[in-house]
Design a protein around this ligand. Sequence first.
Ligand code: FES
Length: 118
Amino acid sequence: MGDVGWTDVLASGDVAPGTVVALDVDDRELAVWRTASGVLVACAARCPHQWSHLGVAGVVDGEDLVCLSHWWCFDTAGRGAKVSMAGRRDRKSDVATFPVRERDGRVEVLLDVEDATG
Ligand code: FES
């Protein structure tokens, strides 16, 4: 707790498995979500397709966050994809993710370091 750069954003219990929460932190829009298996993710809130807010228009489906606007989905590393009718996972643009951790029942995010995936 209190390490330089880490920002306390919400209680661990407020982001249950299978849920997503919309947050504004330091003028940055975030979506903090937890996969069905319990993996915690913090990502930029805006879908790279047409900018829907993933904290509002997003739902967790298993280990992905799905944008309900046009069904792009993002894995825990922010890798974007759209699943075809045949079940093929076609790559789409990625969403930035941020390091996230849980301490003493709180969720903390490191906002200064953007994940450079993609
Ligand atoms: S705005 Fe998210 S899939 Fe189109």
